[in-house]
Design a protein around this ligand. Structure first.
Ligand SMILES: Nc1nc2c(ncn2[C@@H]2O[C@H](COP(=O)(O)OP(=O)(O)OP(=O)(O)O)[C@@H](O)[C@H]2O)c(=O)[nH]1
Ligand SMILES: [Mg+2]
Length: 345
């Protein structure tokens, strides 16, 4: 299935149905009075998150969504039918923006969350509504209110607990493939991975979601390589897993390059808890490992974990560390919320 994380769509809610002018006409009943029913309400346009979707690809094929109009009111006090709503099913993590792409309308982060984007027009009152002691035969009814129309942008930010970042070829996809059932493409050329991939990791009977993000290179924030277009998907990760290839050049420099891009992107990425991992230990001598670890330690100011994603060595330790960090980050979030709640009078 293709991956698509941005879409622009046009939506319109339903018009309300018109009210009806009608009078009761029955044998032997004189002056039957007004009995025109009200029009039905137009359908709403609703966005709803569903589980099991992780792309906006459906919105490439259909970009116009109309809710149904309400039915007109009818004689004998019959109310017009309400127009059916239209529900846009989107993946969890979708943000909805105005057409300008900057004004956020809704941020959908929970499964089953619903927002009404546009309300359908109300139906008009039928003439039965206008009867009064002074006007017993009103000949007026209201038209239904028109629906609304709007162009919106959908932007998906995948929700993963941890995100793998690093230079191209660092072995990010190899790592994801080693620890989950995901089957990302792996090859020894840069930019093998062109779109983010998700995998569910099982460790010690617990689960978390890991995202493999396309490689970053120097200048990514200016659009070089694949640019920082996919970094948005890291925004919601609690923890970063920073993978560095030990077989190429100076691991410390590689680390700093990626850190610089994370800082340039902003949005709090640089402040996220990070686990630094030196990869491809199987292809290095003990002396090389020692040297690269020392360089990484100087650059990152913490000792890196050493693994081989290809052979699986050391991977478990990394997963446990990630899980612990996710728990810590979650705990901190809960504490912060509790503190905020306690503050309220
Ligand atoms: N020797 C060795 N090779 C590895 C290891 N991990 C990955 N590789 C190799 O490194 C190359 C790149 O691996 P990928 O997993 O595609 O790297 P990536 O970081 O996803 O690269 P991009 O998607 O291009 O950013 C592949 O040829 C892998 O076989 C490892 O632990 N040891
Ligand atoms: Mg890859």
């Amino acid at each position: 299935m293709k991956f698509l994380d941005e879409a622009k769509i046009y939506i319109r809610s339903g018009d309300g149905g018109n009210g009806c002018v009608s009078f009761r006409r029955e044998k032997f009943i004189e002056y039957g009075g007004p009995n025109g029913g009200d029009g039905g309400k137009g359908g709403d346009v609703i966005a709803e998150t569903v589980e099991g979707l992780n792309t906006l690809i459906d919105y490439r094929y259909q970009q116009h969504f109309f809710a149904k109009n309400g039915g007109a009111g009818m004689g004998k006090d019959r109310h017009g039918a309400n127009g059916a709503d239209i529900v846009l099913k989107v993946p969890v993590g979708t943000q909805i923006y105005e057409e300008d792409g900057a004004t956020l309308i809704a941020d959908l982060t929970e499964p089953g969350q619903r927002v009404v984007l546009l309300r359908g027009g109300n139906g008009g009152f039928g003439n039965a509504h206008f009867k009064s002691s002074t006007n017993r035969a009103p000949r007026r009814a209201n038209p239904g209110q028109p629906g609304e129309e709007h162009t919106i942008r959908l932007r998906l930010k995948l929700i993963a607990d941890a995100g793998i970042v690093g230079l191209p070829n660092a072995g990010k996809s190899t790592f994801l493939a080693a620890v989950s059932a995901a089957k990302p493409k792996i090859a020894d050329y840069p930019f093998t991975t062109l779109t983010p991939q998700l995998g569910v990791v099982n460790v010690d009977g617990r689960e978390f979601v890991l995202a493999d993000i396309p490689g970053l290179i120097e200048g990514a924030h200016e659009g070089i390589g694949l640019g920082d277009r996919f970094l948005g998907h890291v925004e919601r990760c609690r923890v970063l897993l920073h993978l560095v290839d030990g077989t190429l050049g100076d691991a410390g420099e590689a680390y700093k390059t990626v850190r610089a891009e994370l800082s340039a992107y902003g949005e709090g990425l640089a402040e996220k808890p990070e686990i630094v991992v030196l990869n491809k230990a199987d292809a290095m001598s003990a002396a090389e490992i020692k040297q690269q670890v020392a360089r990484l330690k100087r650059a990152a100011k913490t000792a890196p974990l050493v693994i081989s994603a290809a052979s699986g060595e050391g991977v478990k330790v990394v997963l446990r560390a990630v899980l612990k960090m996710i728990d810590d980050a979650r705990g901190a979030g809960v504490e912060r919320k509790q503190a905020a709640a306690a503050w309220r009078p």
